[in-house]
Write a protein that binds this ligand. Structure first.
Ligand code: SF4
Length: 385
């Protein structure tokens, strides 16, 4: 199965100017000058060790996603060094997508052209809101004008695409405010828009001091009207919070959701690699920058085998997030299992109207979307409960 599974690479840059109160990502407030050269050398060393340990079977790289944290805190020359180093180790597919996350702050936006020359061809801009009061509540360091300017710079560059990340359901946000934010984002015409609802996660400041969020009725109004605005503007809703113009879906994220393979380098990065002997291995790197950069220890924190019992749930949990129909043949290609192992839960999902099927594909029904957790719970192996 290995040859047919596309291979991506995730690179984690763990620093931000300051920590946002809602953020549960592996990000650390920058306290001193960033050890840029040291970190890029460590990332490439980390990649070398992955390649020595994990047989990727001569595959090209299909996509790279440089996330964080705030990768745009790294100067373009270091980004160029990183991308050249990666390409020297794994050949790039001719149509590789290389995304870098960026803050809309002035300094970072002015560097977009330089990142593009370094090899980045898609930028994901963390806008979140255009409203001053909301940005302040979110602890963001940019303002609405900077976000608009950053989108204009991205649109005027030679990038293949760019994304705006926008949140709704913010503290004290009315439906009118949420929709005004969305209209502003649509006006900037990004090829891709990630429009997602703020959720309160454990281990964040918002968890210990919860803000007042819109009630369920307001959230539903925001979702329904926002979804309509996006569709009218020509965006396709292809994943839970992912909207794109035709052909502009994020290839990297599509590969995750289609249960593709990816190496993960950098602090706390996760990887998943399928082997020709049928094993699927997951890797997790050391989380804290101090430990990751400690030369006395390995970058790898954990490595484990995904058992055959776990694979159907893992596959469908990712696959059914996508609006597209799921090709039946892909299940065996990606999990190495025969369709007979899921015959029973599939039958149940079909009988309960959570799924529909043709000879070649499954499709999550509207009911299946509403009861998504019930749908994927059918594929939990009894051994895992
Ligand atoms: S900028 Fe992004 S990654 Fe950094 S703390 Fe804020 S939400 Fe988290």
């Amino acid at each position: 199965m290995i040859a047919s599974v596309p291979l991506s690479l995730y690179v984690h840059i763990p620093w931000c100017v300051q920590k946002c109160p809602y953020c549960d990502f592996n990000s650390h407030a920058q306290k001193a000058e960033l050890p840029q050269a040291e970190y890029i050398a460590a990332l490439l060393d980390d990649l070398d060790r992955d390649l020595a340990r994990l047989d990727i079977g001569g595959r090209d790289l299909h996509s790279i996603f440089i996330g964080g944290g705030t990768p745009s805190l790294m100067a373009p020359e270091y980004m160029a060094r990183l991308l050249a180093g990666i390409e020297a180790r794994i050949p790039f597919a001719s149509d590789i997508e290389i995304t870098m996350e960026a803050n809309p702050g002035t300094v970072e936006a002015e560097r977009f052209h330089a990142y593009q020359r370094a090899g980045v061809n898609r930028i994901s801009i963390g806008v979140q809101s255009f409203e001053a009061e909301k940005l302040e509540r979110l602890g963001r360091i940019h303002n609405g004008d900077e976000a608009i300017r950053a989108a204009h710079i991205a649109a005027g560059s030679k990038l293949n695409s760019f994304n705006l990340d926008l949140m709704h359901g913010l503290p004290n946000q009315t439906p009118e405010q949420a929709l005004a934010d969305l209209k502003q984002a649509i006006e900037l015409a990004p090829p891709h828009l990630s429009w997602y609802q703020l959720t309160i996660e454990p281990n964040t400041l918002y968890y210990s001091q919860p803000p007042k969020l819109p009630d369920d009725d307001d959230l539903w109004d925001i979702y329904e009207q926002g979804h309509q605005l996006l569709e009218e503007a020509g965006y396709q809703h292809y994943e839970v919070s992912g909207y794109s113009k035709p052909g502009k879906q994020c290839r990297h994220n599509l590969n995750y959701w289609r249960f593709g393979d990816y190496l993960g380098i950098g602090c706390g990065a996760h990887g998943k690699v399928s082997f020709s002997d049928g094993r699927i291995i997951r890797t997790i790197k050391v989380k804290h920058p101090r430990g990751y950069l400690d030369l006395a220890r390995d970058y790898l924190d954990k490595e484990y085998n995904v058992s055959e019992q776990e694979r159907p749930f893992e596959y469908f949990m990712n696959r059914f997030r996508l609006a597209e129909a799921c090709p039946k043949a892909e299940f065996s290609e990606r999990t190495g299992l025969s369709l007979s192992v899921i015959a029973e839960p599939l039958q149940q999902a079909l009988e309960e109207g959570l799924l529909s099927e043709t000879a070649t594909h499954w499709q999550v029904t509207e009911k299946g979307q509403l009861f998504f957790n019930d749908l994927i719970a059918l594929f939990v192996s009894e051994d895992d409960e």
